[in-house]
Design a protein around this ligand. Sequence first.
Ligand code: ZN
Length: 262
Amino acid sequence: MLNIEPIPAFNDNYIWLVTRPGESGAFVVDPGDAAVVEAALAARQLQLAGILITHHHFDHVGGVLQLRETHDPVVYGPFNPAIEGVDVRVAAGDQVEVLGAAFEVMEVPGHTLDHIAYFARSDDSAQDSPVLFCGDTLFAAGCGRLFEGTPAMMHASLQALVALPADTRVYCAHEYTLANLAFAEAVEPENAELAERLRQARATREQGEPTVPSTLSLELDTNPFVRCQQPAVLDSLRSQGKLQGTDAEAVFAAVRGWKDNF
Ligand SMILES: [Zn+2]
């Protein structure tokens, strides 16, 4: 069984800290800031065994070289030479072992061209649900901005992610949930699950707690970026005059464009 907890960084990033109960080895995912990782390791008396990187943005890789100076982690990351300090470059279909758990690498371009995600199937012995580290691709109730990829790329990436088991826990890299839900509600004002999610997320944030991880089933019920064929989403885009076509990619592009100006 893996323990996964957030290390908050910068304004709204989460660096995920992965451990096993009773063991001292730890992995971190997307350590943009070394100082907060060092503090978390020291507080828990952990040794940094490895690092997973999802994409090249500074708020995800900024701490890697510094962490390598004081620890001896194995660093996994995408085939992007711009990312320094990577020991093992990985691509679709590769497996990465994280504290004894096997994670599959998926290529999920869209936010950036080099973006990858790490997925672990459930550990039957411990009845764990599957785990997905998806960086800035799929967010709770949202998705990453298209800095490098096309809408078609991001749409395909999101579809590949939501095709994973519905009970998969989604560990994204930012706390953007309330803003994403405000937009989602504008797209689907009649969605009761969405209204309930917004109510719960507000209460969670008022307590100062993270709203992530989410689950893929919750995303499928409430995230407009993976609901492009829902009649309510199509109607909403049509009434806003934003619908250029009804194929899934065109609908996704329209939703993404609306959010960019929301
Ligand atoms: Zn990013």
